[in-house]
Design a protein around this ligand. Structure first.
Ligand code: NDP
Length: 443
């Protein structure tokens, strides 16, 4: 099997979906040489089968705005692969959402969920609805309309959605409220729920904390710690906030945060008080990051990303393709040694090459940000058992999972004394799902 012919086939079968092609390419680069040495996978056409979703559901969402006008959005759920467990993956509400983006996210989710060692298949969904600038009532009406259709396709043993960009505690609350009403049941069909109605301790923090635990593991191999390291974080949403919180705990110095309007540079570093301001700004008031610069008298860089700031470690935590070739070159030139991906696929294929050539330790999102879905898996277990573990118990379990993911990356990614985290994560994530698909036969 050859990469070029395989990718030509994927592109011709999925036209106009560049992010999906990119996600497949990123994995196929590592999987094809591995499959060529392990012919049982080629014989059963596992790679050709795994890049085709089990099903994609596309639907109309009609809701009424505050002026009484009907509005129409597209809704999606891509149920990609349930070989190892019920479909599991977030919902994204953002104007850029389309089928290609959700297919890239759902595809990545298969491997990420496999790496967690928990029984979860891969899926993703969402809508081109933009919660920004909408009133609470409008968001509620949209979420209810979206769930009215989605609820026909999900269930605690079938498909368990969660949050992602634009879908936080508020949106999950409205969607779960509607699901309950439609199904007359109280089950764990969504994760990221509020603590008083079946949510798990630490779910809000899990992706960010897990990402920092993964970075600690990477540094540990080099006999280093996060203490005193200068870190760039992009974004200022759920993943960014809790990445910063844990970095502060670990004694690192975080000097940037961003949103789609630009980034702030605070050379003194964020502390707990400044982070509380950010939580209120982003989680409650839903304001812009420039307000931080005004409050704490530091620089705001309008319309650009933070990657020109010198650092030891970069944590891209906003969105896909936020580090391109020139951003990666700037990071390397300015002394960055580690890149740990909190967002999904934040680095372009050209950017990955730059880091590879510069021997940067680079953790792919499917490994580094798997803490969120792992704690979602714990939320499903707690719902099924009818009990709640403590914050400390979950934190300990999250630590163990992130350590195990790191070990799997080493097992499959160690080569000539160096660790290729991309190769390690891609192969380790693949092997478990592929072996189960072999066990099922041709289905
Ligand atoms: P949020 O909606 O909470 O925050 C997203 C942040 O990224 C905001 O600051 C937003 O700025 C910024 N952003 C989004 N799109 C763009 C864009 N096109 N250009 C520049 N900035 C942008 O989302 P999350 O924190 O939940 O998700 C962030 C990333 O982490 C995503 O890639 C997501 O898939 C991934 N992820 C999230 C998990 C979770 O548990 N939440 C789990 C695993 C991965 P603005 O408000 O201006 O749009």
């Amino acid at each position: 099997m050859e990469l070029e012919t395989f990718m030509e086939d994927v592109i011709s079968k999925n036209p106009g979906q560049p992010e999906f092609h990119q996600a497949v390419n990123e994995i196929a680069i590592n999987l094809i040489p591995f499959i060529n040495k392990n012919p049982q996978y080629e014989k059963a056409s596992i790679l050709e089968r795994i890049v085709e979703p089990d099903r994609t559901i596309v639907f109309r969402v009609v809701w009424e705005d505050d002026e009484g006008h009907p509005r129409v959005n597209k809704g999606y759920r891509v149920q990609f692969n349930n070989a190892i467990g019920p479909y599991k993956g977030g919902l994204r509400f953002h104007p850029s959402v389309n089928l290609g983006i959700l297919k890239f996210l759902g595809f990545e989710q298969i491997f990420k969920n496999s790496l967690t060692t928990l029984a979860m298949g891969g899926a993703k969904g969402g809508s081109n609805f933009d919660p920004k600038g909408k009133s609470d009532r409008e968001v509620m009406r949209f979420c209810q309309a979206f769930m009215t259709e989605l609820s026909k396709h999900i269930g605690e043993d079938i498909d368990v959605p969660a949050g992602d960009i634009g879908v936080g505690a508020r949106e999950i609350g409205y969607m779960y409220g509607q699901y309950r009403k439609l199904h007359t049941e109280f089950t764990g069909t969504l994760t990221g729920k509020g603590l008083d109605y079946g949510g798990s301790p630490l779910r809000t923090e899990a992706t960010g904390y897990g990402c920092v635990y993964f970075a600690s593991e990477m540094l540990n191999v080099q006999d280093q710690t996060l203490e005193g390291k200068t870190c760039l974080v992009s974004g200022s949403g759920n993943v960014s906030i809790y990445t910063v919180e844990k970095l502060i705990d670990e004694g690192a110095k975080v000097v940037t945060l961003s949103d789609s309007s630009g980034f702030i540079y605070d050379p003194d570093g964020l502390d707990t008080e400044k982070l509380s301001f950010i939580k209120d700004l982003k989680e409650v008031r839903r304001g812009r990051i420039s307000e931080y610069a005004a409050e704490f008298d530091c620089e705001f860089h309008d319309g650009i990303k933070p990657w020109k700031v010198p650092c030891d470690i970069a944590f891209p935590c906003a969105t896909q393709n936020e580090i391109d070739e020139s951003d990666a070159s700037l990071l390397v030139k300015n002394g960055c040694k580690v890149v740990c991906e909190g967002a999904n696929m934040p680095t372009t294929l050209e950017g990955i090459k730059v880091f590879e050539n510069a021997d940067i330790l680079h953790a792919p999102s499917k490994a580094a940000n798997a803490g969120g879905v792992a704690v979602s898996g714990f939320e499903m277990s707690q719902n099924a058992l009818g009990l709640t573990w403590t914050h400390e118990e979950i934190d300990e379990k999250l630590h163990v999972i992130m350590r195990r993911i790191h070990e799997q990356c080493i097992e499959y990614g160690k080569q000539n004394g160096t660790i290729d985290y991309f190769r390690g994560a891609n192969i380790a994530g693949f092997v478990k799902v592929a072996d189960v698909m072999l066990a099922y036969g041709i289905v």
